[in-house]
Design a protein around this ligand. Structure first.
Ligand SMILES: Cc1cn([C@H]2C[C@H](O)[C@@H](COP(=O)(O)OP(=O)(O)O[C@H]3O[C@H](CO)[C@@H](O)[C@H](O)[C@H]3O)O2)c(=O)[nH]c1=O
Length: 356
């Protein structure tokens, strides 16, 4: 059953200082003044409270720093706050990092999720009226497509990277808590997001950052891998809808029917950046450098978003070109934010990967 929340509804959002999480926190804080939104974030390299400057003083917003992998801390948190709902976004999310440090992904994505599930069932004590555990996941759990076809909610799981294996595992745990303990849950699996506040280790913000700095654009393999791109605010709107209207125990695929081969996307980005930076057409493209492929690199993702469209009335509203332009404008206008994330650990990581 879809749930209707009244006033005095307290929602825990995990990972709310991260990229997608911060858009979801902003959306929920602004759209639901009668809810109390509690943002729990570990503030790793990818979490940044600057992402939420515009809502930090709202009366219905609270921030708590903490680690979902710490079960004692999570149990205390749940007994202190008595949450009505959980929107769980906290995750290690970068595939390349998962290849180097798989255990970090198991710790946060698997153990962290199970800690939240345990705390939910212990705290709710089978009184599940108006309660909901919403787990945010990825299309990568389905593995890789060939040249044709789409991932639907019925596609079987076949994760190929430590990251996607950890997300697949967490999806299974959520489902199992529904079957075993009756936990009311919903899951959504989304395609590649892009937009403001994304940490520049992912393709689009990394390449915007490198074009600004005239650094090489490292395209993996032959650049023919294909991703299905969604503007992050469209995803945040879908999450709002699934949280409120999604059917208990169901999962929803979220995507914008916006497939591009990496090389085509990168060329589009280069040409938009040339215009914005008043560079000669073709200048940024010269930075493209083909590098060794990512191990286990999935060829193609493409989401069939028919279910969420037909059942909940959601569809993406921003085209890829519009979304890229908004994203580029945001990064160019927020050089402080970029300078901040460009310092420290990120620089070391980038140098380690590309030996520059
Ligand atoms: C960082 C980087 C990426 N790539 C390629 C690899 C992929 O085919 C594509 C996008 O890479 P990434 O931005 O790392 O994203 P990808 O591996 O597709 O995974 C993303 O999308 C997933 C949803 O599909 C999310 O669950 C992940 O958290 C998110 O990281 O670009 C390059 O060619 N060069 C690069 O430097």
């Amino acid at each position: 059953m879809p749930i209707s929340h009244g006033q005095n509804h307290t929602v825990l959002i995990t990972g709310g200082a991260g990229f997608i999480g911060s858009h979801v926190v902003r959306k929920m804080v602004m759209a639901y003044p009668g809810y109390l939104i509690v943002n729990l974030d570990k503030l790793t390299y990818a979490g940044n409270l600057e992402n939420l400057k515009d809502v930090e003083n709202y009366p219905n917003y609270r921030f708590i720093k903490g680690d979902i992998a710490d079960g004692y801390f999570i149990n205390d948190l749940f007994s202190n706050w008595n949450f009505d709902g959980v929107i769980h976004l906290a995750a290690e999310s970068h595939v390349d990092r998962s290849i180097e440090e798989p255990l970090e992904f198991v710790k946060t994505n698997v153990l962290g999720t199970v800690n939240l599930l345990n705390a939910s069932i212990q705290n709710w004590k089978k009184n599940y009226e108006r309660k909901r555990f919403y787990h945010i996941s990825t299309d990568e759990v389905y593995g890789s497509l060939g040249d044709t076809g789409f991932f639907s909610e019925k596609t079987s799981y076949k994760p190929n990277s430590p990251y996607s294996a950890s997300k697949a595992s967490s999806d299974h745990f959520v489902r199992s808590y529904g079957e075993t303990y009756g936990l009311p849950y919903v899951i959504s699996n989304c395609s590649n997001n892009y937009g403001p506040y994304q940490f520049p280790e992912k393709l689009i913000p990394l390449f915007i950052n490198n074009i600004i700095q005239n650094k090489p654009l490292p395209v993996y393999g032959n650049g023919k891998n294909t991703r299905d791109w969604l503007f992050v605010e469209d995803h945040a709107n879908a999450i709002d809808l699934v949280y409120h209207k999604g059917i208990n125990k169901e999962s929803y695929n979220i995507g914008g029917f916006n497939e591009r081969q990496n090389i085509d996307l990168v060329k589009l980005l280069c040409s938009l950046m040339d215009k914005r930076l008043f560079r000669n057409e073709g200048e940024s493209e010269k930075l493209i450098t083909f590098v060794k492929d990512r191990p286990g690199h999935d060829l193609r993702y493409a989401i069939d978003a028919t279910k969420i469209n037909k059942k909940l009335g959601w569809k993406s509203s921003v085209t890829l070109e519009e979304g890229l332009e908004m994203t580029i404008d945001w990064y160019l206008a927020n050089d402080d934010w970029l300078n901040h994330v460009n310092s420290g650990e990120y620089q070391d990581y980038y140098k380690m990967r590309y030996k520059q």
